[in-house]
Unconditional design. Structure first.
Length: 369
């Protein structure tokens, strides 16, 4: 059954909103729990379909999951059997690819179906597979399944990724923590979820330097232990609420966020004309705030989606909607995904003046001067 939303416009959005845990970070943290036989306590877990699907996958493989609070679980993966991977669940979400690294590190040999994903463009896992091969993993593909086998004595290597891939970086980090010797990952993604995973792995006993930069060094350890970890706030949810409040002429406070994860985005929002103030609270990670005051007279801008710390590709659609209300002509460049502009066809139906110059560039003609 198709779900419909009926939205009554013209109402300023005002008030206080608390940001959820980051879905893109939660998937990697759940996967990291596979690396230990001990208990892992995970807090600030977002209750998205991808995360709940991943928990079901882990339980079907033999993991024991106990819900301590609404967003807090205790998970033990001591009895996990990779032969019990559910093809149906694994194929539903692309976050399932994050389990390849830790499963290989722990069991050396696994058989998995192809992971699922969204429809914003071609998102192959070639970067993962090529990096695994560089690590000495043997890979075969047959009947829609991948057969992966790592050396019994997996040794650290210098791996140069073929592109900035968040999930490939995370997979390699989880594979490398139990390898013998030093692993160096070049062209590593630096996104907040990579930093968050690095903190989780270090709390489990890993020796990692550089998570959050484009070169990560990992000295392998023999064993990982359980840990307590809180998932970082969702920067994409923060950006979405910020734009929604500003566009509707409202005022509000966004709580439990990390403004430092949105530095470039916030600079662009300032350029567009959103009136806001950030408060980065140091006593506890993830307790920063953004205060949004009444904004108006938005200005045109040039937006280019780039890997972190650049402009987030996932906030490009929200920003494009904002730019339809800005004065002048804006340019939006989306080099990462070829189908990311599909939503603009719907904006046109609503009256937006948008010209698609090619699959990766759009001109948005906002309000007349």
């Amino acid at each position: 059954m198709t779900e419909n939303f009926i939205i009554k416009g013209g109402i300023p959005l005002s008030g206080t909103v608390e940001i959820s845990g980051y879905k893109n970070a939660g998937g990697a943290v759940l996967a990291a729990a596979l690396l230990t036989d001990g208990n892992s306590l995970i807090d600030n877990l977002p209750l998205t379909s991808d995360i709940l699907n991943q928990i079901k996958m882990l339980e079907k493989m033999g993991a024991k999951v106990e819900w301590l609070e609404k967003n807090k679980i205790k998970i033990n993966t001591k009895n996990v059997n990779p032969e019990k991977i559910s093809p149906e669940l694994f194929g539903k979400s692309r976050v399932s690819v994050l389990m390849l690294g830790p499963l290989l590190a722990k069991f050396k040999k696994i058989k998995t179906p192809r992971p699922g994903g969204d429809k914003i463009g071609i998102r192959p896992i070639d970067t993962h597979l090529l990096a695994f091969k560089d690590f000495g993993v043997k890979i075969k593909e047959e009947n829609g399944f991948y057969l992966l086998e790592a050396p019994i004595k997996l040794k650290g290597k210098k791996i140069i990724l073929k592109e900035f891939s968040v999930t490939a970086t995370e997979n390699l980090m989880m594979l490398a923590v139990l390898a013998q010797g030093k692993t160096i990952i070049e062209i590593a993604a630096a996104e907040p979820q990579v930093q968050n995973l690095g903190k989780m792995l270090i709390s489990m006993g890993a020796n990692i330097k550089g998570a959050g930069s484009h070169t990560i060094e990992i000295e392998g350890v023999k064993k990982m232990s359980g840990a307590k970890h809180s998932i970082c706030p969702d920067p994409l949810e923060t950006g979405a609420f910020m734009i929604a409040i500003a566009m509707t002429g409202g005022e509000g406070i966004i709580k439990n966020t990390c403004p430092e994860h949105l530095t470039f985005f916030l600079e662009k929002m300032k350029e567009v004309g959103i009136n806001f103030k950030t408060i980065a609270k140091q006593q506890k990670f993830g307790t920063g705030e953004i205060l949004i005051r009444h904004s108006g007279n938005f200005k045109a801008a040039k937006i280019q989606a780039l890997p972190y710390p650049g402009f987030p590709t996932d906030l490009q659609p929200h920003t494009s909607v904002l730019l339809t209300q800005a004065k002048g002509k804006s340019l939006v460049h989306e080099p990462l995904y070829e189908n990311r502009f599909l939503y603009m066809q719907e904006l046109r139906k609503m009256g937006a003046d948008i010209e698609l110059t090619d699959p990766h560039r759009a001109l948005i003609f906002g309000k007349k001067e």
